[in-house]
Design a protein around this ligand. Structure first.
Ligand code: AMP
Length: 404
């Protein structure tokens, strides 16, 4: 029997999200998540899409990632899709930080594990959880290829002029300080899908991708390769996000420490968890912010305006970096759903060939679509991202040959 299934695992510190896909037609057989691992009230939600069955939910204590994966496997087994199936070709893991080293999806062995571990100082929140997921999955199926797909990989093509901070080179190198970028799997998928929407090859198209979710990042993609992106050493740099500040004068940190008396840990929490939209107006959900604006709420309006101002600056910056832009693609929760954000982001940029058609912008849907007026010089597109499909595709491309 051919092995055509790929299990995609996204392991966080207290959660595991998973999808099982059949790569013959890229269909989803099952999706689910385990949350609050390590607590008494862990929750597993499993949806067996292949059989069209109802979602199953279970709440109880799930002690650790091993118990979580075993619970997932038990759910999959009920649908005849267990992890022990010979039809499973590989497990693809989302790994947040691959540093400079990992430029492509990589079959995991001891050396790869050691390198992901070595990168923990630059990804202290994410890489340990990703490693736990990999080790747990490897223990359950030691015979199966495990593949790491890195959030940073797509950005490793950035030139040094974009990747380096203008700080002392020896200090930067000693601490591996450079701009790595994140959301790379999404930027890769969306830039390719945008070229497809235009009926062109990725090599022939320059795209600005705006990944606007709770975390948000922009990238400049020339001929299928990333040449700049807004996140840096960590996901804190760049756009205004749900709870992160994005760009600001680094001296704000010295000021908060010296004058505000805050500790480094407190400042870290402030900038990553209590800033951005939530810091500005108390809400990080764009739906709620729009609702408040409609009611005349001035704080919500100011938060929206700051968000849009930053977004517009990045569109302008990446336009200049690319020189010629064929398309701007909006993606992720805000980018795919918030028409007022898309409208405001390109408002007044007609001189750059940028505009949205109000009627097309108002259309909702799951498909990639154009929202610019017919004949526009630069296409503006809404392109739903699909990071799990991209991870499965990259994983299968690496290990699928010889299986099927
Ligand atoms: P993501 O991180 O890609 O899952 O995006 C999550 C964010 O998308 C939420 O915090 C919301 O701000 C935003 N979002 C989701 N649905 C909508 C919607 N219908 N309208 C506006 N914003 C939305």
């Amino acid at each position: 029997m051919s092995s055509s299934r790929v299990l995609v695992l996204n392991s966080g510190s207290s959660s595991v999200k998973y999808q099982l896909l059949d790569m013959r037609d890229s269909s989803r057989l099952a999706v689910g998540l385990v949350e609050r691992i390590g607590e008494e009230t862990s929750r597993l939600k499993h949806t067996p899409l292949a059989s069209g069955g109802e979602s199953r939910e279970w709440t109880g204590a799930i002690a650790d990632h091993e118990a979580a994966l075993k619970a997932v496997s038990a759910e999959l087994t009920k649908d005849g899709l267990g992890l022990d199936s010979p039809e499973l070709a590989a497990i693809g893991h989302r790994v947040v930080h691959g540093g400079k080293h990992f430029t492509e999806p990589t079959v995991i062995d001891d050396a790869v594990l050691a390198e992901i571990e070595r990168l923990i100082p630059v990804a202290p929140l994410h890489n340990p959880a990703n490693l736990t997921g990999i080790r747990t999955a490897s223990a359950l199926r030691p015979d199966l290829p495990q593949v790491a797909v890195f959030d940073t990989a797509f950005h490793t093509t950035m030139p040094e002029s974009a990747a380096r901070y203008a700080i002392d080179v020896e200090t930067a190198d000693a601490h591996r300080i450079r701009r790595y970028g994140f959301h790379g799997t999404s930027h890769a998928y969306v830039s390719r899908a945008t070229a497809e929407l235009l009926g062109k090859a990725p090599e022939d198209v320059n795209v600005i991708v705006l990944h606007l979710g709770n975390g948000a990042s922009a990238s400049a993609v020339r001929g299928g390769k990333c040449v700049d992106t807004s996140m840096g050493l960590t996901p804190l740099e760049g756009l205004v996000m749900g709870t992160r500040s994005g760009d600001m004068d680094p001296a704000v940190i010295f000021h908060l420490a010296r004058v505000g008396g805050m500790s480094i840990a407190e400042i870290d929490t402030l900038l990553n968890k209590k800033s951005g939209l939530i810091g500005l107006c108390g809400d990080n959900d764009m739906r709620e912010i729009r609702r408040r604006i409609d009611e005349g709420d001035e704080r919500a309006q100011l938060a929206f305006d700051i968000y849009i101002h930053r977004l517009k600056k990045y569109i302008g910056a990446y336009y200049a970096v690319l020189g010629r832009v064929d398309a701007i693609a909006f993606t992720a929760g805000v980018g795919e759903n918030a028409a007022p954000v898309r409208e405001a982001a390109v408002a007044g940029l007609e001189q750059l060939g940028l505009a949205v058609d109000a009627e097309l912008n108002a259309v909702r849907g799951d498909e990639a679509r154009l929202i610019s007026p017919a004949g526009a010089r630069v296409a503006v597109a809404v392109v739903p991202t699909d990071e799990e499909l991209e991870i499965a595709t990259q994983t299968y491309a690496l290990v699928g040959k010889g299986n099927g």
